[in-house]
Design a protein around this ligand. Structure first.
Ligand SMILES: [Zn+2]
Length: 160
């Protein structure tokens, strides 16, 4: 047995995705402090169990998402409360996701359309089997009790 100094061997293997060029997985984690700035009322709305859209003060184009200025005429927008019910415009089942959501796969993403609103809202659809999802089915938002202060504080369920 040698008495030469030696670093301990790494117990966990490294995933190799490609040999040439060598492509491997490396863990990466960072705390990210940021401001929601003009979108702040949207996130406060989620805590009050309200979904806020924005409409253009000049041309009245209605967005299902926060938007400080109109993408068509550049006018400033104002907040309004989205209807309490929407319909499935489109949907997909995700079998892969960013690391944070891997534990949840498969999950369903849905684009929700609201009466009188010109754009769609992307969210999760929960509690509906894939075979039972229909384009046009009525859905309603549910809100998490404990805030993550992200769009994950709202998801959709069947409105029946
Ligand atoms: Zn406009």
């Amino acid at each position: 047995m040698s008495n030469e100094p030696k670093l301990p061997e790494i117990e966990r293997g490294t995933e190799v995705f490609a040999v040439d060029p060598l492509t491997i997985r490396t863990h990466f984690e960072v705390d990210y402090v940021h401001s929601y700035k003009q979108d702040t009322p949207f996130f406060h709305g989620l805590q009050k169990h309200k979904l806020l859209g924005s409409h253009c003060a000049k041309c009245n184009y209605r967005y299902a998402t926060p938007r400080s200025h109109c993408m068509y005429c550049g006018g400033k927008t104002e907040w309004f409360e989205l209807p309490v019910e929407g319909r499935v415009h489109s949907w997909t089942v995700c079998y892969f996701a960013a690391q944070e959501f891997l534990k949840d796969v498969p999950f369903t993403l849905v684009l929700v359309e609201f009466e009188g609103v010109d754009t769609l809202f992307l969210s999760r659809l929960v509690g509906v089997e894939r075979a039972d999802i229909r384009i046009g089915m009525k859905v309603k938002p549910k809100f998490r009790r404990k805030a993550t202060w992200s769009v994950r504080d709202v998801y959709f369920i069947n409105a029946k």
